[in-house]
Design a protein around this ligand. Structure first.
Ligand code: MN
Length: 339
């Protein structure tokens, strides 16, 4: 729950700031980048300079949100530049859609040392208390809903561009308004954004009917890897490095692919293992494990046990070890809850 005092403190922090550095979790999703785009507009409108920074590349289907390519830490800006360069000139750091160091790779090293004021906007249950002021609303379906509440509290003007960006945030984090987090509040907020100029049909096309052939091929391979366990209640899939190499798809192309197997009626939990690159796993073999639940199994509890996090119905965790081993660990943890 975000209190009136929290909102007032956040508004004060923003009003006093002049140069704002803004970032979100790695592997940025629609909620993170939609909320970022909305806040970029809000802050620019207030006369602030804004430096957006991504921690991994933006997926192509979100590029329409931005007029210019956003810089990516370590690709476009080094950690040294972050320490020494123009980014040190910022007087407020805004972190959106996460409150955890582990979700801020490399950036966390700067964040741990900096004395800058930090404002966090997040809706996840797990977190490291990164902010001097934190707008945390775990009942919100998307961080974008908290951004919308902040705009309302402050009385900042709504524009078509902000409405579109926030609509992307709300719609993507709810699987286009179909996950269990799609409550009356979400639909009301979405309606308000449509009234403010967001065009759902146009946004849907840009987000969901915009696959590259390579991404489609990657999805086909993922579906071919699918195994059903527990009498069809658990679907386990994987994507290996060679699947990327042979299709030409990239890591960003895996977003939302895990949801596909939930079309199977019997499936209660979907699991996707994506093999990490050598650089990310520092020589070890490792996997990014994503988990989705239709509600019966708490997949956050499973991810948390191995150092990950997320929501009860959508979570993720990085795991070391070979595929058979990590599969068995996750399958055992799910079976425990199903029995
Ligand atoms: Mn989110």
């Amino acid at each position: 729950m975000v209190t009136e005092t929290d909102f007032q403190q956040a508004i004060q922090l923003i009003e006093r700031a002049r140069h704002i550095l803004m970032t979100c979790h790695t592997r940025p999703d629609g909620d993170a980048v939609g909320s970022m785009r909305a806040m970029m507009d809000v802050l620019t409108g207030l006369g602030k300079t804004v430096q957006p920074l991504l921690l991994s590349p933006l997926a192509p289907w979100y590029e329409f949100l931005f007029d210019e390519r956003l810089p990516v830490l370590t690709d476009d800006i080094s950690l040294e530049q972050l320490h020494n360069g123009r980014l040190e000139a910022c007087d407020l750091v805004l972190i959106i859609d996460t409150n955890s160091y582990v979700q801020l790779p490399e950036f966390d090293r700067w964040l741990r040392e900096t004395h800058k004021k930090v404002l966090v906007v997040d809706h996840h249950v797990t977190g490291d208390n990164l902010g001097d002021v934190q707008l945390i609303d775990t009942a919100a379906a998307a961080a974008g809903e908290i951004v919308l509440d902040l705009i309302r509290h402050a009385g900042w003007p709504m524009t078509t561009s902000i409405a579109e960006a926030l609509f992307v945030a709300l719609s993507t984090d709810s699987g286009w308004f179909k996950f269990a987090n799609a409550d009356a509040r979400l639909y009301r907020n979405a309606a308000e954004l449509i009234e403010a100029g967001a065009d759902p049909a146009a946004i849907y096309q840009k987000l969901y009917q915009n696959f590259s052939p390579a991404r489609m091929q990657l999805m086909v391979r993922m579906l071919q890897s699918m195994e059903l366990h527990g009498g069809g209640r658990v679907a386990i899939q994987h994507i290996l490095r060679r699947d990327f190499d042979q299709t030409g798809a990239t890591g960003r192309d895996t977003e939302n692919l895990i949801d596909e197997c939930q079309r199977i009626g019997s499936v209660e939990v979907a699991v996707l293992f994506v093999e990490l690159g050598q650089d990310q796993s520092r020589g070890h073999s490792g996997f990014r494990c994503s988990l989705r639940s239709k509600g019966h199994v708490d997949v956050r509890a499973i991810a948390q046990r191995y150092g990950g996090g997320g929501h009860t119905m959508a979570s993720g965790v990085n795991m070391e070890g070979d595929l058979d081993r990590v599969k068995q660990i996750i399958l055992d943890a799910i079976s425990e809850q199903l029995s």
